[in-house]
Design a protein around this ligand. Structure first.
Ligand SMILES: Nc1nc2c(ncn2[C@@H]2O[C@H](COP(=O)(O)OP(=O)(O)OP(=O)(O)O)[C@@H](O)[C@H]2O)c(=O)[nH]1
Ligand SMILES: [Mg+2]
Length: 332
């Protein structure tokens, strides 16, 4: 299951109360010396790029910052309540749950916003002394910390895009690497809209996007068109899946090049994106026969080729490792 929404309840800390006290002196009462209350802790939201889902927030929906301490005699101020930082994944949109008003769109790692301010501490009677009332017998109460109910929605930004001919096994691979369950069938254009899934390798997560298959002429509107490529425009890495048994009468190498031409025609930058090639359906004899030639050609073109079977899972662990490594090198 891929969670992209969560509602959370946050409450800033209360301000501490101010203190009413008077200095002690031997023979007469001294001046007012009650200290101020400390301010309550505020709550911030901060983007953490290691997070990819809202799952933690979904299961831990309550956040409360610490209260400020009360003021004390001898003009001692209460300690401020500690702030609380709630971490969210990049691409989280934050709304006020009550009126659905947009509060923030958190995109960049490290981006941090103040979401509720802690309550102000109350003034102690030392701070409240004035010429009219030099010795007040009262102090202020601290302000109550603000409460908010937030609606978080994750706009999914895929790290890795799966591209390839129709029927090459993109959706099967997504299902094999992640918990996503896209429709898989033995005819072209099974996938009609993009699917996303989260894969994890040694504690790091990444999002894969599976889009409808491309064919030559796609940039001119053939097949389902390249409209879907915009879903992978922001990815850092592409997995190019090739059905090693070929497609129709076309040999695998032809298909590989045709897809690259389509990427180039759509957006040269997309074609320049690092590409890992997955030679799929290696459980089939025909694919294994085509493999040596295919691998040789692609090596000459300096591509890394991973033989896999998305169906049996063979070779997919190595592919996952290559993806994780690739993202690491790209600093993602
Ligand atoms: N033998 C074998 N069949 C596979 C393998 N991977 C996928 N298939 C089959 O190939 C067919 C197409 O798989 P899909 O995952 O739907 O392919 P796709 O690339 O998502 O196709 P579209 O969404 O139509 O573009 C299905 O019948 C799969 O079972 C594999 O490694 N070996
Ligand atoms: Mg598909």
């Amino acid at each position: 299951m891929f969670i992209d929404r969560a509602n959370i309840f946050i409450r800033a800390g209360n301000g501490g109360n101010g203190c009413t006290a008077f200095a002690r002196q031997k023979h007469r009462r001294g001046g007012p010396d009650g200290g101020n209350g400390g301010r309550g802790g505020s709550i911030y939201l901060e983007v953490d790029k290691r997070l990819k889902t809202l799952i933690d927030l979904r299961y831990h929906p309550h956040y409360r910052a610490r209260n400020g301490a009360h003021g004390k005699g001898k003009k001692k101020s209460g300690k401020a309540g500690e702030d609380l930082i709630v971490r969210v994944p990049p691409g989280t949109v934050i709304r006020n749950r009550k009126n659905r008003e947009l509060i923030a769109d958190l995109v960049n790692p490290g981006q941090k916003i103040l979401i509720t301010k802690g309550g102000k501490g109350g003034k102690g009677n030392a701070s409240l002394a004035s010429s009219r009332d030099p010795a007040p017998r009262f102090a202020e109460e601290g302000q109550t910390g603000e409460e908010k109910e937030l609606e978080l929605e994750l706009k999914l930004i895929a790290d890795v895009g799966l591209v390839g001919y129709p029927n090459s096994g993109k959706s099967t691979l997504l299902a094999s690497l992640t918990r996503a369950r896209p429709k898989v069938a033995s005819y072209p254009f099974t996938t009609l809209s993009p699917n996303l899934g989260v894969a994890s390798f040694k504690g790091r997560e990444f999002i894969l996007a599976d889009i409808p298959g491309l064919i030559e002429g796609a940039h001119k509107g053939k097949g389902l068109g390249v409209d879907f490529l915009r879903h992978i425009e922001r990815t850092s890495l592409l997995i190019h899946i090739v059905d090693l048994t070929g497609y129709g009468k076309n040999p695998p190498l032809f298909n590989f090049q045709a897809i690259n031409e389509e990427l180039k025609a759509h957006d040269p930058l997309l074609f320049e994106r690092p590409q890992i090639v997955a030679a799929n359906k290696m459980d089939l004899k025909e694919a294994r026969e085509n493999f040596p030639q295919f691998q040789k050609e692609l090596r000459n073109q300096r591509y890394k080729v991973y033989p896999i079977s998305a169906l049996t899972g063979e070779g997919t662990e190595e592919l996952k490792e290559a993806i994780a490594e690739g993202l690491e090198i790209l600093g993602k």
